[in-house]
Design a protein around this ligand. Structure first.
Ligand code: WTA
Length: 654
């Protein structure tokens, strides 16, 4: 047993399903990477130079001669002597071949639609770039974007990239406090926001939240641009140094702004992400390595082509939306779907309706979303023609074998490859996944590291663990998409993530994992999700996967209570009565799969689990409730209203 939380026997429960699923022949034949490409060997033989293949997917203003400068670890520089512009790569270079092909198909909350061809996108990105310049934005100035899922978000990201101004996207659902912190921390003088957006039927005033943030921020904001999302639905007066987006762009319509060639190592964007403690960290991504790795994985892992209509359902306010909602698909010149609404509005078939309407061929979402779909029922996808789907992807947390099979069967027509992709804000792009035309899939296991990624599962002393034993997921050699550092400084970056070993520098992911005989990695969750149950350590994921294996259970979260026991919070399918029999069956399953020692002391049924906006279950909050402790601000949750409900259920049962 080691510090990552569990011993091997227990960890195996996470992926109790030992099914191996081969890539379908038809997919294999046309996949971006085929078996006989020998891509794993090529990367092994020729590392790091093999990563030049990723750089080759981009257009460079000056081609890089050097692939990697590792002279100052862990501050690695990828393609350091290359120069490029990210916006040119995502827009201009497609004009010759596909100027009239759709780049973005947008669907608004009220059923509105807008489509942008690559020519349209080029025109608006240029006008926005000119507008930002007019306000005084120069190369290197950080522009904060606080926008919902509307086309102006990718447009302004690309406009920033065009003029070499790093963007700092703040998820539109975050509070004024969170926005103020991020404006200050990023030292940003410019803000782009909107009047508001619809929440269900109501117009929500985003601008007033931005105003509050501006009051709280340290006064460095010089100008604000306000997109008119709601028309007459909200009256939002503009103050001094506030500019209407449309009015700002109008005189620049048709203008071309010369793209600023950037060093590959120059900052493309900063993205704040929550750490284990304290304030969010500003993760900095460099232009060349990031874009190359994102393009390479969009092509080879998600198998996206220009001819696809592709949909990454993640919000652009998080890293997945940056890499695989904007930069990846547009760098490859594909058509991408942008959806503003929620998956169950106006009805629970909205996602399937959009896939059918757009003939989406590649769909990328999270296990959390898939669990909701399961909970709502297979009748929703079954009512639609989803035969356009060629590949499915998942990201963000472990997917249970049950959810994996459901996704493949009901969304993927029973035969689409499902790629489970592991990565982080800091890794920039996918680092672990199967190659869909090459590797067998093992539901519940992410898969091996991608070619060129040196991921290992190690014990406390840094030695590789035996197959099946839990350890820490680490990455030994650098990779192109890695962040170049933290806004908070080099020292913090080194301390948070890196360890020096006898073999060199090692990146610590913060995740616990096991690896099997074939090198397939199973993610056990964050190392800090480890819970102590009667003085034995378990990872939440192993208990939870045992629980969700029970018939009728849709989601579960386990936390330790104050007597060393474990409480399981469980949601069930709508038609299932959470009765004592189910309770007993859940407890028994955990005892069987993991051991008596982990048998939940209490099972609390709840209609929903509290989630962050990015869909992560807020375990700490559930732990506070379990322990009868005060819990902090819940306003950052997607569903703050469930907290009170859960608390009263727990108290009632006591
Ligand atoms: C978790 C999201 C299991 C993991 C792209 C990681 C996953 C954290 C997977 C990063 C996966 C991501 N299976 N766990 N396929 N993908 N994670 O920064 O704990 O929002 O450390 O990036 O999500 O979350 P982040």
């Amino acid at each position: 047993m080691n510090d990552a939380g569990t011993d091997g026997r227990h960890a195996d429960a996470v992926a109790a399903d030992e099914t191996v699923v081969e890539p379908p022949d038809e997919f294999r034949e046309s996949a971006a990477v085929a078996d006989d490409d020998d891509v794993y060997d090529a990367f092994e033989r020729d590392w790091p130079d093999a990563w030049g293949r990723a750089a080759d997917l981009l257009d460079w203003e000056r081609d890089p001669d050097t692939v990697l400068d590792d002279s100052n670890p862990p501050f690695y520089q990828w393609f350091p002597d290359g120069r490029l512009n990210a916006a040119t790569n995502c827009v201009d270079r497609h004009l010759d071949e596909r100027r009239n092909q759709l780049a973005i198909r947008w669907f608004g909350k009220r059923g509105e639609r807008r489509s942008y061809t690559y020519a349209d996108l080029h025109r608006e990105v240029n006008a926005a770039a000119a507008g930002l310049r007019e306000l005084g934005v120069e190369e290197g100035d950080v522009v904060t974007l606080y926008l919902p899922m509307i086309p102006e978000l990718p447009v302004t990201m690309l406009a920033c990239a065009r003029i070499g101004a790093p963007h700092n996207v703040v998820f539109a659902g975050l509070s004024a406090d969170a926005l103020a912190t991020r404006i200050d921390a990023a030292d940003s003088a410019y803000l782009v926001t909107c009047d508001g957006y619809y929440r269900r039927e109501d117009a929500f005033n985003q601008k007033s939240r931005a105003d509050n943030a501006r009051l709280q921020a340290d006064g460095s904001l010089e100008a604000t641009v306000v997109v008119d999302r709601l028309g007459d639905a909200l009256d939002v007066p503009l103050g001094e140094d506030e500019h209407d987006y449309g009015t700002l762009l109008a005189p620049h319509d048709g203008e071309t702004v010369e793209p600023v060639a950037r060093d590959a190592t120059d900052l493309l964007f900063v993205m704040y992400t929550s750490g284990t403690t304290g304030r969010p960290k500003g993760v900095e991504h460099a232009t060349g390595g990031y874009l190359a790795h994102v393009a390479w994985t969009t092509r080879n892992v998600l198998d996206v082509r220009p001819t696809d209509t592709y949909w990454c359902a993640a919000d652009i306010g998080w890293i997945t939306g940056h890499s695989y909602g904007v930069y990846g698909p547009l760098a490859l010149g594909t058509t991408t779907v942008l959806y503003e609404g929620s998956p169950d509005y106006p009805d629970r078939d909205r996602v399937w309706d959009l896939i059918e309407r757009n003939a989406v061929s590649v769909f990328y979402t999270s296990p959390t979303a898939i669990r909701s779909f399961m909970k709502w029922g297979a009748e929703y996808p079954e009512a639609h023609d989803l035969s356009s789907i060629r590949l499915l992807g998942t990201v963000g947390e472990s997917i249970t074998p049950k959810a994996w099979h459901w996704y493949r069967e009901h969304v993927g027509g029973g035969d689409a490859p499902v790629v489970d992709t592991w990565w982080q804000t800091e890794t920039g792009a996918i680092a672990l996944a199967t190659l869909p035309g090459v590797s067998d899939m093992k539901p519940g296991k992410v898969g091996p590291p991608l070619p060129g990624i040196d991921a290992r599962v190690v014990d406390r002393d840094g030695d590789p663990v035996e197959a099946g034993e839990a350890g820490y997921l680490t990455i030994d050699r650098p990779w192109p998409g890695m962040c170049r550092g933290l806004r908070e400084g080099d020292e913090r970056y080194r301390r948070e993530y890196w360890a020096e070993t006898t073999e060199g520098w090692r990146y610590r992911t913060g995740d616990g994992a096991t690896v099997d005989e074939d090198g397939y990695v199973t993610i056990l969750g964050r190392v800090d999700d480890v819970i102590n149950v009667r003085a034995r350590r378990f990872n939440t994921a192993e208990l939870e996967s045992a629980i969700v294996a029970a018939d009728g259970v849709t989601e579960a979260a386990v936390v330790g209570d104050d007597s060393g026991g474990v409480i399981a919070y469980v949601t069930t399918r709508g038609d299932v009565d959470p009765d004592p029999i189910l309770r007993e069956s859940i407890e028994r399953r955990v005892a069987n799969a993991v051991g008596e020692v982990a048998r939940p002391d209490r099972v609390v049924f709840t209609p929903e689990l509290p989630k962050t906006r990015s869909g992560k279950i807020m375990r700490r909050l559930l732990e506070d409730i379990a322990r009868g402790e005060e819990f902090g601000d819940v306003s950052a949750l997607r569903n703050p209203e469930v907290v009170g409900e859960i608390e009263s259920t727990v108290r009632e049962e006591e």
